[in-house]
Design a protein. Structure first.
Length: 386
C-alpha cells in the first residue's frame, strides 16, 4: 500500500511542481501576482506535504508537519480563490479558527489518543477555511463562468476532504476504524481523485487570473487614459452597430478650452476635462471622449426632448463648477448638440447631426443646448445659458 501511495505522491508532486512553474511564468509575464502568490504558496505546501508523506510520515515530527501543512494548503488556496474572484480575504474569525484547530491537533499528537482523533482537528480546519470561501463565492452575484467552475470544484474537494477524515490514518499505515473498507483500494482511488480535483482547481485559478488580465487589457484598450470614458475607437464601434432601440446622442465640447490651457497650464486643463467627464458619466454608461475636449453621450430608449433635458442638466452642473486653480473669475461652460436615431439603424448619422447642432450652439454664443431638427437642416437652439 505504501509503494502505491508513494508512486502516486511522486506523480502528483511532478504535476504540482509544473503548476508552480506555470504560476511563476504567468506572474512574470503578466505582472499580476496577488492571487498567483497565494496559489504558488499553496502549491509549495502541497509539494512539501508530499515529500513528508514520502520520507517522514512515520515520525512524530513528520506527522506534526503534515498537521500544519494541510490547513496551510487550503488556507492559501482559499485566499487565491478570493483574490481572483474579487472577494475580501478570509475574516479574522475563520483564520483564528483554522489556527486553533491546527494547534489542537498538535496537542493531541503529543497525547496517547487514537490516531483518528489526533488527525480530525486539522482536517476540520481545512474544511472550515475552504467551506467559508466556497460559500462566499457561491453567493457572489454576477459570477464569471470560471467562478462557477471554481464553486463546483470547491464543493467536490470538500467532499473529498470529508471522506478522507476517517481514512486519513491509512495514509500513514495506521489502523482505521473502518475495517470493512480496503485501505489499499480506497487510497489508490482517493489519491488519484483528489490529485485530479486539486490540479483542476489550480488550473481553474490560473485560467481565472488570465481571464481577469484579458478583461483588464480589453478595458484599457477601450478607455481613454485621462477620463476612463470610452475612447474614440470604442465609441465609433458602438455607434456603427445597429441600435438595439431608439435613442439620442449628445455631442458636447468645453468652451474656450485652449484659453484655459494657455492661461492655467495643461495640468489644470486635464483636471477640467476629468471634471467634465465625471459629470458626463453620471448620466449614462455610453459616454466617450471623442476628441481633445469633445465628448459624446449615447442614450438608449430616450426621446429627443428627454435627451435635451439631460444635456441641459449637464450644462448647468458644469456651468456651476468652480475649479480652485481657476477661481471664480473664470466661468467654465460647455456647448451641446442633440440628435435622435431610430431602432435598428446605426447612430452614426445622428452623431453627425448632433455635431452640426453642437457647432451651431458654438456660433450662437456657446454654453447652450441645441437640437438638430430633421425637418429643418438648420439646428434649433432651445436651451441657453441663463
Amino acid at each position: 500500500m505504501v509503494s502505491i501511495a508513494v508512486d502516486l505522491h511522486l506523480t502528483i508532486l511532478g504535476v504540482i511542481m509544473g503548476l508552480i512553474l506555470v504560476s511563476l511564468l504567468v506572474h512574470l509575464t503578466l505582472r499580476r501576482g496577488s492571487a498567483l502568490s497565494w496559489m504558488a504558496a499553496g502549491l509549495l505546501c502541497v509539494s512539501v506535504e508530499l515529500l513528508v508523506l514520502r520520507y517522514g510520515a512515520h515520525s512524530r515530527l513528520g506527522v506534526a508537519a503534515i498537521a500544519m501543512l494541510i490547513p496551510a494548503i487550503y488556507f492559501c488556496a482559499s485566499q487565491a480563490i478570493r483574490k481572483v474572484a474579487g472577494l475580501p480575504l478570509s475574516n479574522r474569525r475563520v483564520a483564528l479558527g483554522t489556527i486553533a484547530l491546527t494547534a489542537l491537533s498538535l496537542v493531541l499528537l503529543a497525547m496517547p489518543v487514537p490516531p483518528t482523533l489526533q488527525y480530525v482537528p486539522f482536517q476540520l480546519a481545512s474544511i472550515l477555511v475552504f467551506l467559508d470561501t466556497t460559500l462566499a463565492l457561491s453567493r457572489k452575484t454576477g459570477r464569471h463562468v470560471l467562478d462557477t467552475g471554481l464553486v463546483v470544484l470547491g464543493f467536490l474537494v470538500l467532499v473529498g476532504v470529508i471522506l478522507r477524515i476517517p481514512m486519513f490514518p491509512a495514509l500513514l499505515d495506521e489502523p482505521t476504524p473502518w475495517a470493512q473498507f480496503d485501505p489499499v483500494l480506497f487510497e489508490r482511488i482517493f489519491i488519484q481523485c483528489m490529485g485530479v480535483l486539486n490540479t483542476g482547481l489550480a488550473v481553474m485559478i490560473v485560467a481565472r487570473i488570465v481571464a481577469n488580465v484579458i478583461v483588464g487589457y480589453r478595458y484599457s484598450s477601450e478607455r481613454d487614459g485621462l477620463t476612463e470614458l470610452l475612447n474614440r475607437r470604442a465609441f465609433d464601434a458602438l455607434i456603427d452597430r445597429p441600435a438595439a432601440s431608439h435613442g439620442a446622442i449628445i455631442m458636447c465640447d468645453i468652451d474656450r478650452f485652449k484659453a484655459i490651457n494657455d492661461r492655467f497650464g495643461h495640468h489644470v486643463g486635464d483636471e477640467v476635462i476629468r471634471s467634465f467627464a465625471g459629470t458626463l458619466s453620471l448620466h449614462g454608461d455610453h459616454a466617450g471622449r471623442v476628441g481633445g475636449e469633445e465628448f459624446a453621450l449615447l442614450l438608449l430608449d430616450t426621446g429627443i426632448e428627454q435627451a435635451a433635458a439631460v444635456a441641459e442638466k449637464i450644462r448647468r452642473a458644469f456651468d456651476s463648477l468652480h475649479h480652485p486653480a481657476i477661481g471664480a473669475t473664470v466661468r467654465l461652460s460647455a456647448s451641446f448638440g442633440v440628435a435622435a436615431f431610430d431602432a435598428g439603424v446605426p447612430a452614426r448619422t445622428a452623431m453627425r447631426s448632433a455635431d452640426r447642432a453642437l457647432y451651431a450652439a458654438k456660433r450662437e454664443g456657446r454654453n447652450r443646448v441645441t437640437i438638430a431638427c430633421e425637418e429643418d437642416p438648420r439646428p434649433q437652439p432651445i436651451l441657453t445659458a441663463a
